[in-house]
Design a protein around this ligand. Structure first.
Ligand code: ARG
Length: 458
């Protein structure tokens, strides 16, 4: 049975039905659809558009449909979409009164309402997974805050940094994601119900009643826009894409740092995989998969942007294409955040290797230039002198802490014995005590600040 058969002399072709249907995926919205209908029926009764008795009967019927879906006795199948399914099952249960439910409503404002409610819930699920991820990163940061490691630019060793600061950097990214999701929820929390098919309704409805029942913060102000607006979908998919971007970067660092060439982190066996031909291999498949899945999340963002870019006002069926991308992106991001948090908490740090690597490759050269600059030499000149020193070390296969004092003096008269204390990685990291810098103090401040902001955003 279809909701719109009256006008047609002939039934639709089987292939047209199959192509048009969306119950196979929008059944995921059954709870929101019934929730929306409960609020609508209540409002119709309150406004005297139907009687209170009719409203109560409809609400009871809707609750029984919901119960039976949830206890598994009513299979969600056999109709064009979730709206037809719910309404038809309601009518089966309570008879003709059920046919009054759709008064002053269209599937266009109904589906937009359902999907906003769904995304508002979905945002909370992703936020919870992000919170767990940040908690794991905080633990890692606390484990690493007493150690140093090399910091990189251009994937070449640059300056020594505090180990905790590294993990804090990822917490900062995921905190921004949390903030973005809360922000997205504000714009999603606008109720389209009451916009009808496109032009509103002539019934004396009270949208404030439905808004309050459904927990929306605001009511949409233009019915044409309300039924065709999917900006919230694009925004949510962007937020999910950004989370995927941050996860993908973390994957990249994980893959590098667990490789023997770096040897900073040890991958737990439980989250590694082997090779069918090379017996020695221990592969970081989880990280590679999470990095790879970023592609499909971005794909869904591109998908919705493309769907909405050309539709004339107001509702068009193209908009049915808004759902599957969100369902898949949500599942993908939740799965990735969950497995990554589990894996990261099982990764161990090879702090000795990190400390040795932090000393290598002249990571304290900037400190030498700063030493001279602090004694009054213009920084650019100090940079040049230090460059020559590095050249000397390369030519003589030595390091900055082993260069004889006479050579230092030859390079510049401002050098004194204390330079040898400066060219040590732990000293270098700890000297960078500017706010947000790589000193242990700043990494500890970072942990405290992340914990504070996390508590506010949870
Ligand atoms: N399945 C539709 C969607 O997801 C529901 C709205 C249908 N409206 C209509 N006029 N055919 O957008």
């Amino acid at each position: 049975m279809k909701l719109w058969e009256g006008r047609f002399a002939q039934g639709t072709a089987q292939d047209a039905d199959a192509f048009n249907e969306c119950l196979s995926f929008d059944k995921k919205l059954y709870k929101q659809d019934i929730q929306g209908s409960l609020a609508h029926a209540f409002m119709l009764g309150e406004c005297g558009i139907i009687t209170k008795e009719e409203s109560n009967l409809i609400q009871e019927g809707l609750r029984s449909v919901l119960n039976d879906i949830e206890n598994g006795t009513l299979a969600v199948e056999g109709y064009e979409d979730i709206h037809s399914f719910v309404e038809s099952n309601l009518v089966k249960r309570i008879g003709d009164t059920g046919k009054k439910l759709h008064t002053a409503r269209s599937r266009n404002d109904q589906v937009a309402t359902d999907f906003r409610l769904y995304i508002m819930d979905s945002i909370e699920r992703v936020k919870a997974a992000l919170v767990r991820m940040i908690e794991v990163l905080l633990q890692k940061s606390k484990d690493a805050v007493d150690y140093i490691m090399p910091g990189y630019t251009h994937l070449r060793k640059a300056q020594p940094i505090n180990g905790g600061q590294f993990f804090n950097a990822y917490s900062e990214m995921f905190l921004r994601d949390l903030e973005r999701l809360s922000d997205c929820k504000k714009r999603t929390s606008v109720m389209p119900l009451g916009s009808g098919a496109l032009a509103g309704t002539s019934y004396p409805i009270n949208r404030e009643i439905t808004r309050e029942k459904l927990g929306f913060s605001r009511i949409s102000q233009n019915s044409l826009d309300a039924v065709s607006d999917r900006d919230f979908v694009a925004e949510y998919l962007f937020d999910l894409s950004m989370i995927s971007t941050h996860l993908s970067r973390l994957c990249e660092d994980t893959i590098l740092y667990t490789a023997t060439e770096f040897g900073f982190w040890e991958m737990p066996d439980a989250y590694s995989t082997g090779s069918s031909i090379m017996p020695q291999k221990k592969n970081p498949d989880i990280s590679e998969l999470v990095r790879g899945k970023t592609g499909r999340v971005y794909g869904h963002l591109m998908g919705i942007l493309t769907v909405i870019k050309g539709i004339p006002l107001a509702y068009n069926k193209d908009l049915q294409e808004d759902k599957e991308g969100v369902f898949d992106a949500e599942k993908t991001v939740l799965d990735c955040l969950t497995i990554y948090a589990n894996m990261l908490s099982a990764i161990t740090l090879n702090t000795e290797r990190m400390a040795v690597a932090a000393e290598e490759d002249f990571t304290c050269a900037t400190d030498v230039a700063d030493y001279l600059a602090k004694k009054g030499l213009p920084f650019r000149t100090a940079h040049g002198v230090t460059g020559k020193l590095v050249r000397y070390c390369l030519d003589n296969q030595t390091t900055l802490d082993k260069v004889p004092m006479t050579v230092y003096k030859d390079m510049h008269e401002l050098f004194d014995e204390d330079i040898l204390r400066i060219v040590k990685a732990p000293h270098s990291a700890d000297e960078r005590n500017s706010v947000g810098g790589s000193s242990k103090q700043m990494a500890q401040n970072g942990i405290a600040s992340i914990e504070e902001r996390l508590a506010l955003l949870k």
